[in-house]
Design a binder for this molecule. Structure first.
Ligand code: ADP
Ligand code: ZN
Ligand code: ZN
Length: 732
């Protein structure tokens, strides 16, 4: 018996947990938490998820309570007590989710917990930087007996509509005070909500339309699962324009009616303002929005509204999967094929997998929707099909244009179709997934190619900026006028990007009534710029929207009659097993933007590889056939979803060190029941050499543990102290 147990209170007295197990939020990988702290009387209200400032070594750090206990292995005399508890904590279910993420993504509990903290709480420790905002608020209190000045009468008229911050009223503080002294109004300091400005694109109607039979079938199936508290996971496979959002709205309504909350994930707020507007129009203040473009104060207030249950639906991009929605009933993942759901920090989580996990944990229903679902989702989820557009219009016909002998960037048919669009005063969308003016530059006399000094890639010419730039690390330098190796002034420009095509289209098509809009990360770098560019195209009576893949994402422009994909096989040239899937999705999504109006539409796809299966299937709008073939191929090659892939990337500034480190990881994996591919060198990035090991395994859990152990051993070896290691489970 331990001395502690001997002095324990008799069993008739209910003992309260007096030990908090705390995970300190430090980034050190080697740390093995959680650590025990003794809870003094004043901190007895601490629960799992509470945030505590604790003494840690000689520092004070912020930590999350991950468990409570009555006993500690350590002598209570030697346990330190927390210094204070913060006002806001993390819900216990998110602590549980973080614990799972730390394991599943080969990360640490502290880093995973860092993702679920309230906004403004820095993992560096200490107090939150953002607090509740309080302001002096005036509200009507009683009848106004006696005379009123004009100013006072005006204030009372304003307040008749409801309480208002004193600073916003047309009367100075003294005047308000006098009204308060007469008992006509009350003045008091209250919490005020910082409200994110609503994204207003198009008018959203508050009342639901009559659902189509396919929408009704899908919605009823989801509602049945909700009513039965049967945590089913659905794939809503609906073609573009089939009305998926209406099904999400109906499901969210059903969750609310059952007293439960909902999370709705969208790829990027800037690209999906319509979804946000529609949820707000339908559910009002019950909807909270969480995304990185909000101010810190707005984010904090939206988070608190969810935490307090004042808002029950959260709409946002991937990080909204961590929204503090209590009693979660529904998780929606809109456009589930979108690459933005993968997070590139540590842990390298996939919001789709986290959403599925969180839904299961909460016995909630998951609905992942897309016109081009991932093979993984077709394989794993129960499918609800909506094969037709709401208005019954057919999907536009797609023509493949073989560019193998082409002399110009535009096929003659493409050029003719664009001119026809201009003549008829219509709209077109042109996708070219490559920004800049020219892909690369070379010297006409010695053949020198301009490369990034930090990465092994060619520099891209941006003519209007007068620069060549690296699209991987951001390095830029002035555009060359002559070759530094041989002095020749002959610099050849190869390939065309959006900047150059914009110039060409503008020269051949543009006039006062017909604009060519360009949308890529060069033209739309700032906050709100993407939405502004899309809105300008929407407002224009006619024109062309040219851009990189953002032009293919979820917007709904009813009057686009032509869609064009240039260099459609560019994405196929990446050495990645998902290259086919990306190519298919990009073409099919762009095709879905065309022909939504009464004038119909068509799509032209220029390609050097017209026989590629992904391109042929996309041209027939045949997601079914594409996914079936893709699943067969993946089963044969043991790719996801039939096996788990784990990628370890080692990098170093020292020559040879990255490959050496990757070899050590591969060596450490010998004997594990998994295929180990590599070590293989990757191209240099940001001045660091890189090498990778890829592990393919049937049993994901065991493989992740084996990789974690192998990486830890290699990283702990002083011989590899100049290398960094990063683990990516299910890399995208
Ligand atoms: P998807 O996301 O499947 O591409 P949306 O949800 O954007 O499709 O719907 C396409 C358009 O159809 C939207 O303008 C939407 O308001 C409209 N819509 C959806 N459902 C209906 C319905 N049942 N009746 C009439 N219009 C609808
Ligand atoms: Zn030269
Ligand atoms: Zn670079």
């Amino acid at each position: 018996m331990t001395p502690w147990a001997a002095s324990a209170p008799p069993p008739t007295v209910r003992s309260v947990p007096s030990i908090a197990k705390v995970e300190p939020l430090t980034s050190a990988r080697a740390l093995r938490g959680p650590f025990d702290y003794r809870l003094p009387e004043a901190l007895q209200r601490v629960v799992v998820g509470s945030l505590l400032v604790v003494p840690f070594g000689r520092r004070r750090v912020l930590g999350v309570v991950v468990d409570l206990a009555e006993h500690s292995e350590i002598d209570p005399e030697r346990l330190a007590a927390p210094l204070e508890a913060l006002e806001q904590g993390v819900p216990a279910d998110l602590v549980r989710l973080a614990a799972w993420m730390a394991l599943a993504y080969c990360s640490t509990p502290a880093r995973a917990l860092g993702l679920v903290l309230p906004p403004g709480v820095g993992p560096g420790g200490g107090r939150p930087r953002v607090r509740t905002k309080r302001r002096l608020v005036a509200e009507l209190a009683g009848p106004a007996a006696g005379r009123l000045t004009d100013g006072q009468a005006a204030v009372l008229r304003v307040l008749a509509a409801g309480p208002m911050p004193a600073a916003d009223l047309p009367l100075d503080h003294g005047g308000l005070r006098r009204l308060a002294d007469r008992g006509v109004i009350v003045l008091e300091r209250r919490d005020v909500r910082r409200r994110p400005s609503a994204a207003a694109v198009g008018a959203a109607s508050a009342s639901p339309p009559m659902l189509t039979p396919a929408q009704t079938r899908a919605a009823e199936r989801i509602e049945r699962a909700l009513a039965a508290a049967e945590p089913t996971q659905f794939l809503l496979h609906g073609v573009t324009g089939s009305g998926k959002t209406e099904v999400y709205l109906r499901a969210a309504g059903a969750a609310l009616a059952a007293g439960r909350g909902a999370i709705v994930l969208v790829p990027e707020i800037a690209l999906t303002p319509q979804t946000v507007t529609r949820f707000q129009a339908r559910f009002g203040d019950t909807v909270a929005i969480l995304h990185s473009q909000l101010s810190a104060g707005e984010r904090y207030d939206e988070w608190r509204r969810l935490r307090a249950g004042d808002a029950r639906i959260c709409v946002g991009p991937r990080s909204a999967v961590f929204a503090p929605v209590g009693d979660l009933g529904l998780v929606v993942v809109d456009e589930e094929h979108d690459a933005s759901y993968k997070h590139e920090g540590d842990p390298r989580y996939d919001a789709r997998a986290v959403a599925a996990r969180r839904a299961r944990q909460a016995a909630a229903v998951l609905v992942a929707g897309s016109a081009t679902p991932r093979p993984e989702s077709v394989h794993r989820l129960e499918r609800l099909a909506m094969p037709e557009r709401v208005d019954g219009r057919p999907l536009p016909p797609v023509r493949l244009l073989d560019m193998r002998d082409a002399a110009h960037a535009l096929h003659p048919e493409t050029a003719a179709a664009l001119h026809a669009v201009r003549r008829r005063g219509e709209k077109a969308i042109v996708l070219l997934n490559r920004r800049g003016w020219a892909n690369f530059l070379s010297c006409r006399s010695c053949g020198r190619v301009w490369e990034c000094p930090l990465c092994d890639v060619a520099l891209v010419l941006h003519r209007s900026a007068g620069e060549v730039a690296c699209h991987h690390c951001g390095h830029r330098e002035p555009a060359p006028t002559r070759c530094p190796s041989c002095g020749s002034p002959g610099v050849a420009r190869h390939g065309a990007g959006t900047e150059r095509l914009h110039r060409e289209l503008d020269a051949s098509l543009g006039d006062s009534g017909f604009s060519v809009f360009r949308l890529d990360s060069d033209t739309a770098a700032g906050r709100g710029r993407v939405a502004a560019a899309l809105a300008a195209f929407e407002r224009a009576p006619a024109g062309v929207l040219l851009g990189t893949q953002v032009v293919a994402k979820g917007h709904d422009f009813p009057d686009v009659t032509l869609g064009v994909v240039l260099d459609a096989d560019a994405t196929l040239r990446f050495p990645d097993f998902r290259a086919e899937e990306r190519t298919f999705a990009l073409i099919a999504q762009l095709a879905g933007r065309a022909g939504r109006g009464p004038r119909g539409g068509r799509v032209l796809v220029q390609t050097l590889d017209p026989d590629a299966l992904s391109i042929r299937h996309a041209a027939r709008h045949d997601a079914e056939g594409f996914v079936a073939g893709e699943l067969e191929r993946r089963a044969a090659l043991s790719y996801p979803p039939f096996a788990e892939l784990i990628r370890v990337v080692c990098t170093s500034e020292r020559p040879g060190a990255a490959l050496h480190a990757a070899a050590a990881v591969a060596h450490g994996l010998e004997g594990t029941p998994a295929d180990v591919l590599g070590p293989a060198p990757l191209f240099r990035l940001r001045g660091r050499e890189r090498a990778q090991v890829v592990v393919k395994a049937r049993d994901a859990g065991a493989a992740v543990r084996a990789v974690g152990a192998a990486v830890e051993r290699a990283a702990g070896d002083r011989g590899h102290r100049h290398a960094t290691f990063s683990v990516d489970v299910d890399p995208q």
